[in-house]
Design a binder for this molecule. Structure first.
Ligand SMILES: Nc1ncnc2c1ncn2[C@@H]1O[C@H](COP(=O)(O)OP(=O)(O)OP(=O)(O)O)[C@@H](O)[C@H]1O
Length: 309
């Protein structure tokens, strides 16, 4: 849990029923910095029990979106809710069920690891002290080490532990693996998958690493220059896209867009390659049946490049 969220928790939790409201939802979020729209009207709903991987290039607006969805910054327009409650007015009961790992672990760097965790733990009735002890030992993080003296990867591990220890029902991680070594990354992904699988934790995590996303995400959202270009179940997205290689003789007759066409590029030796993303229940375009047209599955990374072209 992030210090900004921790600090404002004042009471011991009272169990509340959150009803059917989505754990996280954004509606038409716009955020400007220096007169530039960093978020251009983003709407996104994260259903309970899903693991959503938020992907996008540097500067796409991922951190801004996450922070706006958690009420850590105020949008210029639109609004965000956490279990139906306006993100800018979260109650203690909601904060206690929410774990957040910021991109830059911050605050309380003068404290020792153990001091900080014990302090934070007091705000969370479901704080799992045994899990904290076991994880610190497994990660060989001494309790008496001052946070400021940890390596970036070690600080990221402590931030992750701090977010996981309250056994949150909603876990939001902003590029949690950026400073972790491959072993640490794998361990984190396993932990995310097991939290989602065993406890039904809803997870939102941003990443640049496609293989991480494919390993644990049930859903994917692709943010590009402040716009949400795709939001889909991961398996469905993989099954719904194709790259069609169209020979020149066929290409010259193609005057209109193919249904679901995302991009069209000329082949260096004539003909076209057309990327198609069909709708959830839509059939493949007839073009697929035309003799000479060849189809290949597209790695997701390539699909994102085509969608943002
Ligand atoms: N507090 C701020 N003041 C001014 N500009 C900001 C601020 N926060 C973010 N920005 C700008 O908004 C844009 C989006 O930043 P953001 O950190 O949300 O992107 P990101 O997708 O998380 O990037 P990365 O993958 O590099 O972490 C960037 O151009 C950034 O410079």
């Amino acid at each position: 849990m992030n210090a900004i969220l921790d600090r404002s928790i004042s009471a011991v939790a009272t169990p509340v029923a959150f009803g059917a409201a989505a754990p996280l939802a954004a509606d038409g979020l716009i955020k400007q910095y220096d007169h530039e729209n960093v978020l251009k009207g983003v709407s996104l709903t994260i259903e309970p029990g899903t693991v959503l991987g938020l992907i996008g290039r540097n500067g796409a607006g991922k951190s801004t979106l996450i922070r706006a969805m958690l009420g850590l910054i105020e949008p210029d327009a639109g609004h965000a809710t956490v279990w139906g409650v306006p993100a800018l007015r979260l109650t203690d009961a909601i904060k206690q069920r929410l774990g957040y790992v910021p991109q830059q672990p911050e605050a309380m760097a003068w404290l020792q690891v153990g001091e900080m965790l014990d302090f934070i733990g007091r705000f969370y009735p479901r704080w799992d002290a045994a899990y904290v002890d076991a994880t610190l030992e497994r990660w060989q993080l001494p309790r008496n080490r001052v946070l400021a003296k940890l390596s970036p990867g070690e600080r990221q591990r402590v931030a992750i532990l701090r977010a996981l220890a309250p056994r949150p029902e909603l876990l939001v991680l902003d590029e949690p693996a950026s400073a972790l070594d491959p072993v640490g990354r794998r361990e984190l992904l396993r932990e995310i998958a097991s939290r989602a699988g065993e406890s039904g934790t809803t997870v939102l995590f941003s990443t640049h690493i496609m293989s991480d996303l494919e390993r644990v995400a049930s859903h994917v959202a692709f943010l590009h220059a402040g716009e949400l270009l795709l939001h889909s179940e991961l398996d469905s997205l993989k099954e719904r896209n194709l790259r069609l290689h169209v020979p020149e003789a066929v290409a010259v007759q193609l005057r209109e867009d193919v249904p679901g066409e995302v991009s069209r590029r000329p082949h260096p030796y004539g003909g076209l390659s057309i990327t198609v993303l069909r709708g959830e229940d839509a059939p493949w375009p007839d073009l697929l049946q035309v003799p000479g047209v060849r189809a290949e599955a597209l790695p997701l990374e390539d699909l994102f490049i085509e969608v943002s072209a």
